[in-house]
Ligand binder design. Sequence first.
Ligand SMILES: [Zn+2]
Length: 181
Amino acid sequence: MQAAQQALSRCKRGSKRRRKAVETVARLHRKIRRQRLDHAHKTALGLVREYDFIAHEDLKIRSMSKAPAPRPDPDRPGSFLPNGASATAGPGSTVRSPIPDGGVFLAILAAKAEGAGREVMAVDPRHTSRRCPACGHTAKENRPTRENFHCQACGHHAHADTVGAQNVLRAGLARRQATQA
Ligand SMILES: [Zn+2]
């Protein structure tokens, strides 16, 4: 892709070679898009087959609460409960899913979940990266770097993505219980 784009930038405007290079770049773009969609479908299908309940960050709230409005982070983890697991049993599993485009992926996931009778719940992502899953202490100092979570109250230490996923699942289950009550 990069090579094709470089080749394109070297071609003279209006030349035959340039037109060919433009076609090559466009073809590669289409191919990547197709592969990403294919990957999103496979990932969503895998999750729906394996889990009864899927919680994820609400991308709309996320973009409102963080300035400047970011693109949905493709590497944010979701949180999932294995099929048959009780909602009160606590986190059953945490899966990192590489999402090429958060919005597109979630739309695909929602459609597949509905077809399979699974539950998908969006949760408010605020504080999900700051709250300690061990003691509940919530502070921005708990997150010294992008990757590390280190609770300033109890010393709990984990990968920040793991903590984020645990908090998203916890919030999702709480929200589900509230809507069922
Ligand atoms: Zn703690």
